[in-house]
Design a protein around this ligand. Structure first.
Ligand code: ATP
Ligand code: MG
Length: 591
């Protein structure tokens, strides 16, 4: 599909001159110096050469300029309330929060956790924390007590920003086990309560408006982000202030930010997308960032896109698939004419979803790939290049990606043959690369082999350099000697009109090694039946051949998903085999 429709053209032209090299396979190397150095030049840096600080780049440099009154954040409350914050407002509020931390004697490198819904105070806390040189660690507010405990304790939390209700329900009983957690800032408490429980509004009221950001080394720790837990126990990925270079460049060339744009990222900051692109990237570009407090609701979402005249929308396959199953014709029922670019991340985006975007929203959906560990987008169907539906896209300039095969020890061989499956690897060194898994040195080291960062995903590259996701290394199915990626099977099933979602696993079987089994959810109004089950098996056989097509299909009302919307195949498998479920701290939707 050629992406030459609509206003994406403008960036296509601009970015083309910058990005596209005659030999796409090589451009990662050729653009290396150029892109990061350019990003660094285009950003400000702290005054008087005092380093690089995310909050300065995202907030103060706009607030200090002639357009400090521009709308930085428009917050939409669940109950219909609207609160607007200009860049100057945000500067003031984050200065105050930084002063609150300073008064509590919280310093550089100390961890400030948030456990709250998407409320404005969460965003003030993020920027105030960075200004103070402390480390921002966002958690999903819907976590239960034990996942909260694990993360606060692993992250050495010194401060927690939360609400009175969440504190009472989930944190109070943990205090004895968390001796290092000194201060709790309660977003909604009118008065201090004692025992380190402070009223955030009171502290903010008493704090001064002015704050000078102390010298910040670009390598200073800025964020600890826990991974989604799709494949096992979540890891605390450490990011530094220099990551802002990736956020800036990907905001420019992938998300396609232009002055005056209105942007909406649907992710919660508890997931890395909601921090890198729900907090940092849009503000670094000085655009207006919409924050919706509410959870998924198709009508509300379409209304929001219409009323807020959103230009750029960043969401996830799970949400797109939910929209696809509804009997709503979006462009007929809503005015979505302001939309210019739609992006997706988190899971493979089925080709079916890309064409649904074109047909129903009037725009194709740009898939992109990255991880908590990479801190920002690495591979994308970015606007300057043609979209290949079903592929993750091309590595961004400055990023060297490869398909590798591992030998013994440090031996790693890059596969050059197009279409050959292998491990997806990146050459270390991009600015937002994680610098550690907190307190898990060994686990971190194991990710780097023979000069490559091994991502844990399997993929292949086509002759034009596009990367195609095959599956998580852990999820690959070995059936009669064929290595089958669940994504291929899931996408084929999704092409059937009755199917909304599919999760595919390998089930041990004596003769063939593993048997391909699919769990399938159906479009509303479609009844599961033996006839349909057989039809789906036949349908998949036609598309995939009998070696790869599922031998077993089971209907489900829902598939188990993480809070970031990823299908937890390991849980489907554990349950199928009657094995222990492992860590389920991030499980949100259950069957
Ligand atoms: P954990 O590492 O704890 O198991 P996780 O890997 O799901 O959890 P994230 O860092 O949130 O945690 O997700 C990154 C992973 O999501 C990638 O490694 C990849 O498997 C998947 N992913 C993200 N974007 C895409 C995409 N566009 N296409 C295919 N897979 C994607
Ligand atoms: Mg991972």
């Amino acid at each position: 599909m050629k992406d030459d429709s609509g206003p994406c053209k403008a960036i296509t032209k601009a970015a083309n001159s910058w990005a596209v090299q005659p030999n796409l396979l090589d451009y990662g190397k050729t653009c290396d110096q150029f892109s990061w150095a350019t990003a660094r030049r285009e950003l400000d840096g702290l005054p008087e050469n005092k380093g690089l600080n995310i909050a300065h780049e995202a907030v103060d440099r706009h607030a200090n300029g002639p357009r400090g009154d521009r709308l930085a954040i428009r917050w939409l409350g669940k109950d219909g309330g609207v609160r607007d914050f200009s860049y100057s407002d945000l500067k003031r509020q984050s200065n105050r929060f930084a002063n609150v931390l300073r008064k509590l004697d919280i310093g550089r490198g100390e961890r400030v956790f948030t456990l709250a819904g998407r409320v404005p105070e969460l965003y003030f806390s993020a920027f105030g924390t960075w200004k103070n040189g402390s480390v921002f660690c966002p958690l999903f507010s819907a976590f239960g007590s034990e996942p909260i405990y694990q993360r606060l304790s692993k992250g050495d939390a010194k401060v927690l920003v939360t609400t009175e209700r969440l504190y009472k329900q989930k944190v109070a009983a943990l205090r004895e086990r968390l001796p290092q957690l000194k201060h709790i800032l309660l977003i909604d408490a009118a008065q201090d309560i004692g025992e380190g429980l402070w009223s955030l509004p009171r502290r903010m009221e008493e704090a001064a408006d002015a704050f000078i950001i102390p010298p910040t080394d670009p390598e200073d720790m800025a964020i600890v982000h826990f991974t989604s837990g799709t494949t096992g126990m979540p890891k605390g990925a450490v990011h530094v202030h220099n990551a802002v270079l990736t956020h800036y460049l990907t905001g420019k060339y992938v998300l396609d930010f232009h002055p005056g744009d209105v942007f909406w990222c649907t992710a919660d900051p508890g997931w890395v997308s909601g921090t890198s692109y729900g907090i940092i990237a849009p503000l670094v570009h000085g655009v207006t960032n919409i924050i919706d407090e509410a959870e998924f609701d198709a009508k509300r979402w379409y209304q929001l896109l219409e009323e807020q005249q959103v230009n750029i929308w960043y969401t996830a396959p799970t949400a797109i698939r939910r929209l696809m199953r509804l009997a709503i014709d979006p462009t007929k029922q809503y005015d979505l004419s302001h939309l210019r670019c739609i992006h997706s991340v988190g899971e493979p985006l089925n080709p079916e979803a890309v064409s649904w975007g074109q047909q129903s929203l009037g725009l194709p959906i740009h898939d992109n790939w990255w991880q908590t560990e990479t801190g920002g987008i690495m591979i994308a169907n970015y606007p300057a290049v043609d979209i290949r539906p079903g592929s993750m896209g091309l590595p961004l300039p400055g990023i060297e990606a490869a398909i590798v095969r591992r030998g013994t020890g440090e031996r790693v061989e890059a596969v050059t043959e197009p279409g050959t499956q292998g491990e997806l690897a990146l050459r270390p060194g991009w600015p937002s690369m994680f610098r550690a898994y907190l307190h898990e040195e060994q686990r971190y080291r194991k990710c780097f082999v023979g000069g490559w960062y091994i991502t844990g995903d399997l993929a292949y590259r086509d002759a034009d350099g596009y990367f195609w996701f095959v599956g998580r290394a852990d999820d690959i199915i070995n059936t009669s000697g064929h290595m089958v990626g669940p994504f291929e099977v899931e996408s084929a099933l999704m092409e059937h009109p009755a199917v909304t979602e599919a999760g595919v696993i390998g089930k041990p079987e004596a003769l063939i090694g593993e048997l391909v089994k699919a769990f399938v959810t159906l479009k509303p109004g479609t009844k599961p039946s033996e006839e349909l089950r057989l039809e789906l098996i036949g349908f998949a056989r036609k598309k995939l051949g009998s070696a790869v097509a599922p031998k077993e299909i089971e209907f489900r009302n829902n598939l188990p998903k993480t809070r970031s919307g990823k299908i937890m195949r390991r849980l489907l498998k554990a349950r199928e085999l009657g094995l222990a479920e492992g860590d389920t701290s991030t499980l949100e939707v259950d069957e």
